[in-house]
Design a protein around this ligand. Structure first.
Ligand code: GLC
Ligand code: CA
Length: 554
């Protein structure tokens, strides 16, 4: 029993793995209804194998009314007909397995859909056995228990006349929060997860997992007092029974909390997925829509802190993108003249660090943000924000500026496969408009082109498997106060990685000694080396250089 209970995280496969995230509705449509599906994904597995990734994190495909694009699940043990069938899912797991790709499912455990059987029962009466699966408070209509707000706008409380109570929802009204205090609910969740493990999935991504232990009476949403107790029980009852990768989405994690989530003894999860670096370009204390320039030195400080504090004590995810974030090349790179250079620089910068890298579909092509009219947006968060800010008196232009910069739909436009109609994503009408730049930016073109962003990602993935220094090396930040250059080393025994990136669009002198001509340039994003007459290295706009050398003997 004790043996089965603990599985240390020490030498796990996922430490040198690269994970690719698929947002199923936007990836590949097999039947022309304009919505991506499981058969579409199966048809693209060869592409993923060519890229070289080890696992796919699949955003939710379970049965759902799609109020929040599948993050509102009405049946955890069935596939939404829009995406296919359970047989398709089994085929996907099997076909991926043949290519040594594991399938990671998205577990949405903080809330269910209001159309889930549990909730339909729960709202019938206070005596119903499922009532306590959700978070209820007594009250009178029009006077919610407190002023807590939902993440997608409006009150976090919704009145149900049948039971004369409010239910709590941290997201939309169609996403009632589950009550983790209830042991019967927890057991149902464990049974469901074990059923999926039995189907051969390779792991789980846990949606907003830091919010499950909420205590609304004290206005606690994330990091509730019982959070890690719940996580340890969850892990013991499910994940520890197999060799899985588990990753917890945790907006509220700092490095100390991350060490709990990703404790090397394996008692909770494999790794944490936290957002400190990616939230830096917003006004302090404000919402993501309140735009501010990226404080570059702060970015270095944040990455540096996570790298050093977790070394040997926990495990982090490395990412620039996901389905909730704008495209990184438009955000912190340059999606005009230097699109290719900056997309590669951002890739090299991130993929040299310690942690497990995530590539979000289309990132490997340098896909960009879109600038649509409001009527072309589909995301519930974006649409609610638009209404809310209009009502508050914001100018339309200002709201659209925020939406163009930060809308989640930037990441959700169809994957750009080729230069045919609708980028080869669908033979029908896509559920959301395709980014018009697909004729220039697409997978068909880039897989053929030796200098493409795709090839750069392919190489970086290969290096992580080839050289242990990528998984193991100790991180040291260089040039902490330099306003343009992001540089660091990773050292593992005799091996040393040196990464030097010019983060901006002006040419700068590199004050570091570089190992040329004897050192090994593993990868860069310019064909040649630029230097001053005195032999110094010049870094051109967004130039990145990654060297692998032997560490100097102490
Ligand atoms: C997570 C998901 C996001 C979703 C929310 C509610 O943040 O990534 O897409 O809307 O949780 O489930
Ligand atoms: Ca379809």
């Amino acid at each position: 029993m004790e043996l089965e209970r603990k599985q240390s995280n020490d030498s796990k496969w996922w430490k040198s793995a690269v994970i690719y995230q698929i947002y199923p509705r936007s990836f590949a449509d097999s039947n022309g209804d304009g919505i991506g599906d499981l058969k579409g994904i199966i048809s693209k597995l060869d592409y993923l194998e060519t890229l070289g990734i080890d696992a796919v994190w699949l955003s939710p495909v379970c049965r759902s009314p799609q109020d929040d694009n599948g993050y509102d699940i009405s049946d955890y043990q069935d596939i939404d007909p829009m995406f296919g069938t359970l047989e398709d899912m089994e085929e996907l797991i099997e076909e991926a397995g043949k290519r040594r790709i594991r399938i990671i499912m998205d577990l949405v455990l903080n809330h269910s859909s209001d159309e889930h059987f549990w909730f339909l029962e729960a709202k019938k009466s206070r005596e119903n056995p499922y009532h306590d699966y959700y978070v209820w408070r007594d009250g009178t209509e029009g006077a919610p228990p407190n002023d807590m707000r939902a993440c997608f706008g409006g009150s976090a409380w919704e009145w149900v006349p049948e039971v004369q109570q409010y239910y709590f929802h941290q997201f939309s009204v169609k996403q009632p929060d589950l009550n983790w205090e209830n042991p019967k609910l927890r057991q149902e969740i464990y049974d469901m997860i074990n059923w999926w493990i039995g189907k051969g999935v390779g792991g789980f991504r846990l949606d907003v997992i830091d919010q499950i232990a909420k205590e609304p009476d004290r206005k606690i949403t994330n990091n509730g007092p019982r959070l890690h107790e719940f996580l340890r029980e969850l892990s013991r009852e499910t994940f520890q029974k197999a060799d899985l990768v588990t990753v917890g989405e945790a907006w509220g994690a700092d490095t100390e909390l991350a060490k709990l989530y990703s404790n090397p003894d394996g008692s909770e999860l494999s790794m944490v997925f936290q957002f400190e670096h990616i939230c830096l370009d917003q006004m302090p204390g404000k919402e993501k829509w309140d735009l501010a320039p990226l404080p570059f030195l702060k970015l270095k400080e944040v990455f540096g802190r996570w790298q050093t504090q977790l070394h040997g004590k926990g495990w982090n995810s490395l990412f620039w993108n996901n389905h909730d974030l704008p495209r990184i090349v438009s955000r912190w790179g340059n999606d005009g003249e230097y699109r290719v250079e900056s997309a590669k620089m951002l890739a090299i910068l991130l993929h040299g660090m310690q942690g497990t890298p995530y590539i979000y579909q289309g990132e490997e092509l340098g896909m960009t943000n879109v600038r649509y009219e409001i009527g072309e947006y589909r995301d519930i968060e974006t649409l609610n924000l638009y209404q809310e800010r209009l009502e508050k008196g914001y100018e339309k232009e200002e709201i659209m500026r925020s939406i163009h910069a930060k809308s989640r739909d930037n990441a959700r436009t169809p994957m750009q496969w080729n230069d045919g109609e609708n980028a080869g994503f669908t033979a029908g009408e896509p559920w959301i408009r395709t980014n018009p730049n697909y004729r220039e930016i697409n997978a068909a073109k880039q897989t053929e082109d030796e200098d493409s962003v795709f090839r750069c990602y392919q190489e970086l993935i290969r290096f992580r498997k080839e050289y242990p220094v990528f998984a193991e090396g100790e991180f040291r930040m260089l040039l902490e106060t330099d306003e343009d250059i992001f540089a660091y080393t990773r050292t593992d025994g005799d091996s040393q990685l040196l990464v030097i990136c010019n983060f901006h669009d002006r040419t700068v002198k590199c004050p570091l000694e570089t190992p040329e001509p004897d050192g090994k340039l593993l990868i860069g994003n310019y064909r040649d080396r630029a230097g001053g007459p005195d032999g110094t290295l010049l870094l051109r706009p967004y130039e990145a250089r990654m060297y692998l050398t032997a560490a100097p003997k102490a």
